[in-house]
Design a protein around this ligand. Structure first.
Ligand code: NA7
Length: 484
């Protein structure tokens, strides 16, 4: 988001400075470098579309891109468009304060720099404030601890190690099979099981890429008009418009193709619980087929939420991994973690699970966490925490009242969709706003309260047509106690 925003601001002839806390560009794909990290959107669709030359020339190697490949791609973009001179690495923004008299922002960094800016744009992501839950005794553990979202740059050797993983979202589901192949023992601490669809990842032949590239611009345009920003095979049929046999055949066909396309098997999976149950039960049946131990299969089978309403996972060998002798599953829903000890994790049944290494795949303080950890102050010195005390809101995900000339890329109530096109849409909107303001010599761009409230109501209305708001999901901040 930061790279493309910079690219666009230069087109306006503006000077811009990008601050980045990491020592390299890439954001999500810089930080989330845990073994097995991979995008669950296909390579050909998970990329920038703003440059025809870029999208024609770049070659992807696999159906789903690895973290390292995406990071290489992002670095290529930074070089190709000569973006680096305006990016200051290893610099975290600690505060941004709006001064009403001068109509300027003062941005302060952790190096003590203070800069004055007319516009402040946050491209700090929506899943960037990695979160380790508060578990008693965390500091006592004498083994190594890692969070998937803050993975070290040096390789971590799991050989001969007893590894514990807390969390079974997308990150947990990706790392667990890789660990299981290397470690002596893997203990998975699962609070809520998730639905996962096989990726069936494979090399992406050049010829297949050529087919896509022959009509790249047109495909991108079509993708942009879909609900997820991805060209899936969106069914136009309702689940009960076909009989049981045909429904099962459709699920089988989609399962065999792999990926999140599965939840578009019928057009009411996201809106009708009974329709959704047919898809969910199909996946639970697959889990029962794949996992030999019926008790483990039952624990891995989600029943608390409708399929797709917590971010669906896409995996390689996830369920099969639980057939291995060196992998065990501890359901911490029934048997919660009571404390972390010096030697491992103790659960309420009194068992101490001894570990050499503990991995937190526990996700992020989403939606507003990346804003609230900065000291952002708008009109009248009001902090973003005060402003969002009831709930984080925005207009279209880019602006919030009382914070003039501050824009967010993928802010609260912004697009929940394929991230690269979502970023491009949001950056283009900010570009248009800034351009219009400059053309009109308007000192300030600010959304008014009524407009923002209207957008909030629209989002709530749309959500109420779906099953999404009934799930305890990070999408609504439900992964953090007391946040939802
Ligand atoms: P997620 O999807 O937020 O998953 C976090 C996992 O960690 C999830 O299984 C949580 O269980 C679990 N968790 C969180 N806090 C705790 C505590 N306190 N105790 C036990 N377990 C806990 O994060 P990911 O990094 O996997 O993926 C984020 C997104 O990145 C993903 O959706 C894709 O869009 C890409 P819970 O379900 O809350 O019970």
């Amino acid at each position: 988001a930061g790279l493309y925003m910079l690219y666009r601001l230069r087109q306006l002839g503006m000077t811009a400075r990008v601050y980045e806390s990491g020592d390299g560009v890439g954001g999500t794909w810089y930080w989330n470098r845990y073994p097995g990290a991979r995008c669950d959107v296909e390579s050909m669709q998970y990329s920038y579309s703003f440059s025809e030359e870029l999208q024609q020339e770049w070659e992807w190697t696999e159906r789903y891109p690895k973290q390292a490949e995406i990071l290489t791609y992002i670095n290529h973009v930074a070089d190709r468009f000569d973006l680096r001179p305006d990016i200051q690495l290893e610099t975290r923004v600690v505060s941004a304060t709006y001064d009403e008299a001068s109509q300027r922002w003062t941005v302060e960094t952790d190096h003590g720099d203070k800069v004055c800016a007319q516009y402040v744009i946050s491209a700090a992501g929506c899943l960037s404030a990695a979160r380790v839950p508060e578990i008693p005794g965390l500091e006592n553990f004498t083994g190594k601890q890692y969070h998937t979202g803050h993975w070290p740059h040096e390789p971590v050797d799991f050989t001969g190690q007893r590894v514990g993983v807390i969390g079974t979202g997308s990150s947990g589901i990706q790392i667990i099979p890789v660990l299981a192949r290397q470690a002596k023992a893997v203990t998975v601490f699962q609070r809520t099981p998730n639905f996962s669809i096989p990726a069936w990842n494979r090399p992406l032949p050049r010829e297949d890429q050529q087919v896509w590239k022959a009509q790249y611009a047109e495909n991108r345009e079509r993708a942009r008009s879909t609900r997820s920003g991805i060209l899936y095979d969106y069914s136009q049929r309702a689940a009960f418009a076909v009989d049981e046999t045909e429904r099962q055949q459709e699920y089988e066909r989609r399962w065999a193709r792999g990926g999140a396309n599965f939840t578009h098997s019928f057009n009411d999976i996201y809106s009708d619980r009974q329709a959704n149950d047919t898809a969910a039960e199909f996946v639970r049946g697959k889990i029962r087929d794949l996992v030999k131990n019926p008790t483990v299969a039952a624990l891995l089978s989600p029943t608390d939420h409708a399929i797709g309403t917590k971010r669906i996972c896409v995996d390689t060998d996830y369920y099969e991994t639980f057939n291995r002798d060196n992998v065990s599953l501890v359901s911490i829903k029934e048997n919660p973690i009571s404390e972390i000890t010096t030697r491992g994790v103790r659960t309420e049944d009194g068992v101490e699970h001894e570990l050499d290494l503990l991995i937190f795949a526990t996700g992020f303080d989403t939606v507003d966490g990346q804003y609230t950890r900065m000291d952002l102050r708008g009109r009248g010195g009001r902090t973003i925490q005060e402003h969002w005390a009831e709930a984080p809101t925005s207009y279209l995900g880019v602006a919030t009242t009382g914070f003039p000339n501050m824009f967010m890329i993928l802010g609260p109530n912004g697009p929940f969709a394929n991230i690269p096109p979502a970023i491009e849409v949001q950056v283009d909107l900010v570009f248009d706003l800034v351009k219009a303001a400059e053309a009109a010599s308007a000192p300030v761009v600010e959304v008014n309260r009524e407009t923002e409230d209207g957008w909030t109501a629209t989002c709530q209305m749309i959500a109420s047509y779906t099953l999404f708001d009934r799930a305890e999901s990070w999408i609504f901040g439900a992964n953090i106690p007391g946040k939802r």
